[in-house]
Design a protein around this ligand. Structure first.
Ligand SMILES: NC(=O)c1ccc[n+]([C@@H]2O[C@H](COP(=O)([O-])OP(=O)(O)OC[C@H]3O[C@@H](n4cnc5c(N)ncnc54)[C@H](OP(=O)(O)O)[C@@H]3O)[C@@H](O)[C@H]2O)c1
Length: 271
């Protein structure tokens, strides 16, 4: 199966679907999930310092025997490490992940006091080759404008909450205009609205599940996405999204689901 990639502004490619690992803090649960994902063919794993599972992800990657270049790995600098500890914390992440580079390093949140001085530190890590791409997470348009006005290295990615119930078209358009790849987190809205009648109808039409429709919608929007599951059958289900397409009528119906429904933290009013 050929997994679609998107081009980043560094020239690198990012696979459009990865496994999210938030809440996979139990060692066995995390290792089982990541092992399943790699076996199924996921080429991309999303972790973070704040998820307390980089060690488990690193051990599974190592044990998998898959060449390092064939796994796209993202980690994120925790809010507590965005100050003078940034570099040190990143070195610890590399150690836990048992690798000498990550494919993508993100600032996890636009902390008011810390985000501006943090970016030059990210740029240094990028220039050293230890992060092949750098980007941000939970940045709204105002945060991105501030960063773009000051940066030397432009962010390659913005990872934020995006799903059919929170479509954020202005932010998506802004990122695209600026050459920043959109990465949709919580693409399943944490499973809270799987029984929405519109989703169910479109799923029935394509002989797919609501989860698969939600993930396919992210792909059709030109985003990367990282659904999380702790269960092998769902991890497989969430990856079976490359053998169908949503048509114009589906997309029109899905547009009506945009209800500003948020399941994660809201960075909208972070000054
Ligand atoms: N940058 C940030 O601030 C940020 C914030 C939030 C998330 N993220 C990233 O994005 C990833 C995904 O977001 P998320 O974990 O918040 O939520 P999500 O992927 O939208 O949903 C995960 C939930 O949906 C359930 N689920 C998974 N597949 C399913 C299926 N096929 N059918 C029914 N239910 C299913 C999972 O349960 P089971 O596990 O029991 O299957 C879990 O409860 C995270 O894991 C993390 O890597 C980043």
């Amino acid at each position: 199966m050929v997994i679609p990639n998107l081009k980043l502004n560094t020239g690198a490619s990012i696979p459009q679907v990865g496994l999210g690992t938030w809440m996979l803090t139990d060692e066995k649960e995390c290792k089982d999930a990541v092992t399943s994902a790699l076996e199924i063919g996921y080429p991309h794993i999303d972790t973070a310092q704040a998820y307390h599972n980089e060690q488990f992800v690193g051990e599974v990657m190592k044990a998998s025997g898959i060449a390092r270049k064939d796994i796209f790995i993202t980690t994120k600098i925790d809010v507590d490490n965005m100050g003078y500890r940034l570099e040190d914390s990143f070195n610890k992440s590399l150690k836990k992940l048992q690798t000498d580079y990550v494919d993508l390093l993100l600032l996890h949140f636009p902390m008011t006091m810390y985000r501006r001085p943090a970016w030059p530190r990210m740029e240094e890590i990028y220039k050293s080759g230890r992060a092949k791409n750098i980007g941000v997470s939970n940045y709204m348009i105002n945060h991105l404008e501030e960063l773009l006005a000051e940066c030397e290295v432009r962010p390659a990615v913005n990872q934020f909450e995006m799903h059919v119930f929170l479509q954020s078209p202005e932010l998506v358009d802004f990122c695209k205009q600026q050459g920043i790849v959109v990465e949709a987190y919580s693409p399943l809205a944490r499973g809270r609205r799987m029984d929405d009648p519109t989703l169910v109808a479109i799923a029935k039409k394509h002989k797919k599940t609501s989860a698969q429709i939600m993930i396919r919608w992210c792909i059709e929007m030109g985003a990367v996405t990282i659904p999380k599951s702790a269960h092998k059958d769902r991890i497989a289900e969430n990856f079976e999204v490359f053998d169908f397409k949503l048509d114009k009528a589906d997309l029109k119906m899905l547009k009506t689901l945009d209800q500003d429904f948020r399941v994660s933290w809201d960075p909208t009013h972070v000054p």
